[in-house]
Ligand binder design. Structure first.
Ligand SMILES: Nc1nc2c(ncn2[C@@H]2O[C@H](COP(=O)(O)OP(=O)(O)O)[C@@H](O)[C@H]2O)c(=O)[nH]1
Ligand SMILES: [Mg+2]
Length: 368
């Protein structure tokens, strides 16, 4: 009889490194532990950079689109079952939407109650971005937040069973100590681990924890859904795709950097804040991802940027503190400016932008 599937949700705020972490945990699970691994991505919209990236790294994946795991729990379970039937994985890594919280009550509790015969649950892991959390803390006071977004960020940390303070490669020892102190004050029960999804620091430890430890129910945090809904509604979402072509060979690293920075600048000029902007781009010769998190000055590339090409396909996803129409306008204008600069044309523009709708979980069960 096949063993039960082990499911690990890797949560955390937008841009904290969830997709990067899942890919690098997934690799360890395959290469060092001989496990079959599948990944589930999730978004409020469709046309996802994350799915493209996960596929580029060679993982089987399923998507839950147009809503989070909690609000689309039946679709989530269908995805788990489909991927079980197709791939018979030992481990599924699942990435909830980065603006989601209350996952213990809305995802873990129903999984325990109705699906424990087929699924075992690893402790709920939440990534905290060491390079940005103090900026959010200064802005929103995560220890006693008045702003809904501050409450959302604090609930995400409070409900974790394992907290991975991620991107430790980017911060000083002093800042790291401050982050750890903050995190422990918010959640004294969680196991706290310092990680770098990028360099691999402590990922063997986290992999072992996810394989060997069990999720343990504990009292649900008090999430106020009106505050939660207000926090999510402050965010604008943009998912779009298009192709850029030119008579000349386009230098992709420069082109994509300019596109990302130009878009971010326009959003910030309107008083908005880019929480996470990510781009997947590919040619006949390869693909890579570019990412920009919270007023970074530079664009972070993952994968090998393909050589100059006269054509490149692009998917762009943005989560920003700005209205969705204004974000679309910024992307369009940035794209036009960059096309002009590189003597290129864009075509096949498909885009949608929206605010996440009010969170209405399918289940919300007590954690006992
Ligand atoms: N320096 C550094 N960058 C990281 C680390 N983890 C993720 N990133 C980068 O952070 C950005 C957002 O990562 P992503 O995995 O897309 O975040 P998600 O939105 O939480 O899924 C990307 O540019 C990643 O390369 C890390 O540990 N260190
Ligand atoms: Mg992601």
């Amino acid at each position: 009889m096949p063993g039960r599937l082990r499911l690990a949700c890797i949560g955390g705020f937008l841009g904290s490194g969830k997709t990067t972490m899942m890919i690098n945990l997934g690799r360890r699970l395959v290469e060092k532990h001989g496990r079959r691994v599948a990944i589930i991505t999730n978004d409020q919209g469709d046309v996802l950079v994350d799915s493209k990236v996960v596929r580029d790294f060679g993982f089987e994946y399923a998507e839950v689109l147009h809503g989070c795991f909690c609000c689309r729990f039946p679709e989530f379970i269908t995805s788990v079952h489909e991927i079980m039937a197709k791939l018979h994985p030992d481990v599924v890594l699942a990435e909830p939407v980065g603006s989601c919280t209350d996952l213990l009550a809305t995802v873990y509790a129903p999984l325990r109650r109705y699906y424990s015969g087929e699924i075992t649950l690893a402790p709920y892991t939440v990534l905290v971005d060491a390079s940005t959390v103090l900026r959010y803390h200064r802005k929103y006071d995560l220890l006693s937040p008045k702003d809904p977004l501050g409450s959302l960020l604090s609930w995400q940390i409070k409900e974790a069973e394992i907290i991975a303070i991620n991107k430790v490669d980017l911060v000083s020892a002093e800042n790291l100590a401050e982050v750890e102190n903050l995190v422990r004050r918010l959640n004294s029960e969680a196991e706290v681990l310092r990680t770098s999804a990028k360099t691999g620091y402590n990922l063997d430890v986290l992999t072992d924890m996810l394989l060997s430890r069990e999720h343990k129910p504990r009292p649900t945090i008090e999430v106020d859904y009106d505050t939660y809904g207000t926090a999510e509604a402050k965010l604008g979402w943009f998912n779009g795709s298009w192709k850029l072509s030119s008579k000349h060979k386009l230098k992709l690293e420069n082109l994509i950097s300019d596109l990302v920075l130009e878009t971010a600048k326009r959003i910030e000029d309107l008083g908005g804040l880019v929480v996470h902007l990510k781009v997947s781009f590919w040619t006949g010769e390869g693909s890579a991802k570019a990412s920009y998190v919270l007023t970074e000055e530079s664009v972070d590339f993952t994968g090998t940027v393909p050589p100059p090409s006269d054509e490149v396909e692009v998917i762009m996803n943005i989560r920003a503190l700005l209205g969705p129409e204004a974000i679309t306008d910024c992307v369009k204008k940035a794209l036009e400016a960059v096309a002009l600069k590189y003597d290129a044309e864009y075509s096949g523009w498909v885009a949608s932008s929206f605010k996440p709708s009010y969170p209405k979980p399918y289940y919300r069960l007590p954690q006992t």
